[in-house]
Design a protein around this ligand. Structure first.
Ligand SMILES: [Ca+2]
Ligand SMILES: [Ca+2]
Ligand SMILES: [Ca+2]
Length: 477
């Protein structure tokens, strides 16, 4: 309420009707010198009275009371602003910015029929084109391939495709992927009319991509087999499914073409020591060999020269070394033991399409012998164990109504009763841990991930005589 002159008449209150929740100066208006702008205001004064509102526009950046009125660039009046019984009257100031002016201030005063005029209203900032922008519709959150097609030379090592996440990426999201082909069970030397086979031409890749907050792109690599067949270019697919935290986009299948690098069939490449060893890295570790490891194991075979009996023995031993390696024992064989401990049964109830993604999850980025491999493996194991015990199958088999002791005893019985006698003790070190940690101990030797290879060879493999552990010596992987 005005306490000053002019019969203590109230001044108008200018505000945009659309910004009632805002207290400060607001941007209203339209593009400069274009459409008319309406500044909305309300007057609260004497009830049931016919007022005239005088308004003033100035391009001053600051507004001291009355300034706009004293140096207006544009001004006008609005007649017949009639207050209601409560003394309120809305009004609209139709306004255009002068040429070359894009911002300024407006204020106004109100005059009653007797000529009494209020003081000036507070100044109100106006900006050309400042009409509040409608909130944009958020881009849909989708996950899809960056391209629906990819190609790789048969001797290119691996095919890599990129999966992108679009839209808000502030949360986490996951999507499953799996390779697929139409080759069936055809032999590798059979001409397959352009159909690549996971049994011959590439290594099956199954897994789950995990987009952390802020991540919007992930690669999938599929290892390629450089065979000796002149079979022509062949294709397989990578299929995305089960997106969580986003929807699958339109491009959820990528077709990969393997460009052949022979025109005629050659010899069986499995007889080449380097090919033979790389296949072991692909099959056991789902990764390319590290150069030193490849050289070591290849040399094991080539050192035989032309001695075929020696070559045969070394090939056998190299294969055994991969099975007995820390890297396999702590990935694929650990998965096998966890299924065995959790669910029992003979054979252990784990299917290939369960075993492979689980193994690849634990082995992701693990190269035993590389700096920091122990921590990478440990992190992978912890993540996998938490995932494993969170599955419906596990929750059904091991309801949480069991006490910790009952739970551990159940796992111990499930595993140890079917295992080599020496494995009775493998549970001891896990007994006080969480369900995931206990599960992660699925037959794991006390030596754990930091154990020397010798202990793994001696302890971890039921039915493997201890003397076989000598196969592991000389290379730690
Ligand atoms: Ca083929
Ligand atoms: Ca080839
Ligand atoms: Ca080929």
């Amino acid at each position: 309420m005005d306490g000053g002159a002019n019969l203590q008449q109230n001044f108008p209150d200018l505000a945009s009707s659309t910004i009632a929740l805002h207290e400060g100066p607001q941007e209203v208006g339209a593009p400069a010198n274009a459409a008319l702008t309406n500044v909305r205001g309300t007057l609260n004064s004497s009830p049931n009275t016919n007022f005239t509102v005088h308004w003033y526009f100035s391009d001053d950046a600051q507004c001291i009371a009355g300034q706009a009125g004293s140096r207006p660039l544009v001004f006008d009046r609005i007649a017949n602003v009639n207050t209601d019984g409560s003394g309120n009257a809305p009004f609209i100031i139709p306004f255009n910015f002068p040429a070359g002016i894009t911002r300024g201030i407006i204020n106004c005063s109100a005059t009653d029929p007797q000529g009494n005029t209020s003081e000036y209203s507070a100044c109100f900032s106006v900006v050309a084109g400042g009409t509040p922008t409608p909130t944009p519709t958020p881009a849909p959150m989708t996950i899809q391939f960056s391209s629906a097609v990819a190609s790789v030379s048969e001797n290119g090592g691996s095919a890599t495709v990129t999966v992108n996440r679009f839209g808000n990426n502030s949360g986490v999201a996951t999507v499953d992927y799996a390779t697929s082909d139409l080759a069936g069970l055809a032999d590798c030397n059979a001409l397959n009319s352009g159909k690549a086979s996971s049994r011959c031409d590439y290594a099956t890749a199954i897994g789950r991509l995990r987009f952390a907050a802020g991540e919007s792109s992930k690669p999938i690599s599929v290892l390629i087999v450089d065979d000796g067949y002149g079979e022509g270019d062949e294709q397989f697919h990578i299929i995305l499914s089960n997106a969580v935290g986003a929807n699958l986009g339109a491009s959820s299948t990528a077709t990969v073409t393997i460009n052949d690098n022979e025109t005629a069939n050659g010899g069986n490449p499995i007889n080449q020591p380097g090919f033979f060893v790389r296949e072991h890295y692909l099959d056991f570790f789902s990764r390319e060999p590290d150069p030193s490891g490849l050289a070591f194991w290849t040399n094991e075979i080539t050192s035989c020269g032309t001695d075929t009996a020696c070559i045969e023995l070394k090939r056998t031993n190299v294969s055994a070394a991969f099975f007995l390696s820390i890297e396999f024992q702590q990935t694929g064989y650990l998965v096998y033991r966890m299924y065995k401990a959790a669910y029992g049964g003979t054979p252990v109830p784990v299917r290939f399409n369960e075993f492979l993604p689980d193994t690849q999850q634990i082995g992701l980025g693990v190269v035993v012998g590389q700096t920091g491999w122990e921590q990478v493996l440990e992190n992978n194991k912890n993540l996998f164990a938490a995932d494993f015990v969170g599955r419906l199958r596990f929750a059904t088999a091991h309801p949480t109504t069991r006490t910790a002791a009952e739970f551990v005893e159940c796992l111990r019985h499930t595993y140890a009763s079917r295992a080599h006698g020496s494995h009775q003790r493998v549970w001891q070190w896990r007994h006080s841990g969480s369900r995931s940690r206990v599960a992660a101990g699925g037959g794991e030797p006390d030596a754990g991930t930091t154990g020397v290879q010798q202990s793994v060879c001696a302890d971890a493999v039921p039915g493997i005589p201890e003397k076989e552990s000598e196969r592991c010596t000389g290379w730690k992987f």
